[in-house]
Design a protein around this ligand. Sequence first.
Ligand code: NAD
Ligand code: MG
Length: 377
Amino acid sequence: MKKIAILGSTGSIGTQTVDILPSINAEVVALTTNKRIKLLEEQARLLRPKMVCAYDEQAARALAIALADTDIQVLSGMDGLVACAAASGADIVVTAVVGMIGLLPTLAAIEAGLDIALANKETLVCAGELVMRAARERGVRILPVDSEHSAIFQCMQAAGCNRADKLLLTASGGPFFGKSAAEMRSVTREQALAHPNWSMGAKITIDSATMMNKGLELIEAMWLYDMAPEDIEIVVHRESIVHSAVEFADGSVIAQLGLPDMRLPIQYALTYPQRLPCKTPRMHLTEIAKLTFYAPDEAAFPALMLARRAAAQKGDRGAVLNGANEAAVGLFLQDKIAFGEIAERVAKALDGISYQKNATLDDLLAADKAARALAMA
Ligand code: NAD
Ligand code: MG
């Protein structure tokens, strides 16, 4: 039986991971939240992990009281997250926290030799080079949960050991597909949170509206599959049925299709290389009837160009891009800046913070901090 730690078990990916557990042969050894302790307590009583963590100290104190009648260890803060990742006895860690807060626990899990089911793309955007090197050195597998990256992974397996020429990363286009930058400038938080195809956490939903999500995914794919960013094409595909595709040397393109439901890629990351029955509804091509594809509008969605720039430069640029974006999205979610200002603040951070090529972990953490400060100013 596989032992699983779920970091961020109370979020969108976390709860869907809990949802598919009965379909796979697994035991949960750790669960974490920021402060949703009511839900975490329910999950803990159901799954009986060895340890849990609430990142927020006050929430952790309340959680310890709530679970006082159990033998579950209650931890808090970054130490708690790291312990849940690396010292809970897990075989595989689902990284479903949002933001670069997931970086240190992911690195700790890799150091401990544990496989990673990676949802937390910000970790790879910030520190892809370090994380992939650590995983190679420790012989650890990074199994993608993000639907596009799971699709690419599945296409690669279908092709055997042939190297990809090109990745075709599909994007829904989000709620503002077809709008100009001027039309989008002052859209409301509610409009930006209304994603047409996926129900997700607030941060990634805003990232989908700015299309920064696809920019982050481009960087994620670059590191996961060791591809040059110019060999990764972003294709807008409104139906979210083709989850991504890979083109090989002979020009053949292999794609992975399915209804938009994260439980499938989550389950596959946890059961790979096996495929087990999954409770998600089945796709019927005749009901879908039509699939459409468009080139992205980079003038309307400047986040794409900013991410391409960071991808090409590497070094500390991913950390700067991501840190500024996390801060700006936070401000937008608090109604403090306009939608159009998110990308502007990211551009300001990329321009304002001097470039560092061979960045250590400390350099990346410093770049993240500087980017957040600049984006908040
Ligand atoms: P979410 O906001 O729904 O959940 C985030 C989880 O992280 C929650 O459990 C929350 O308690 C925890 N958390 C938040 N801030 C924290 C902090 N400071 N310290 C510790 N824990 C904290 O987010 P989500 O939509 O589930 O996304 C999680 C990750 O998965 C993100 O990196 C996202 O980009 C990625 N992802 C999500 C989806 C999706 O469908 N939701 C798809 C692909 C990738
Ligand atoms: Mg995705």
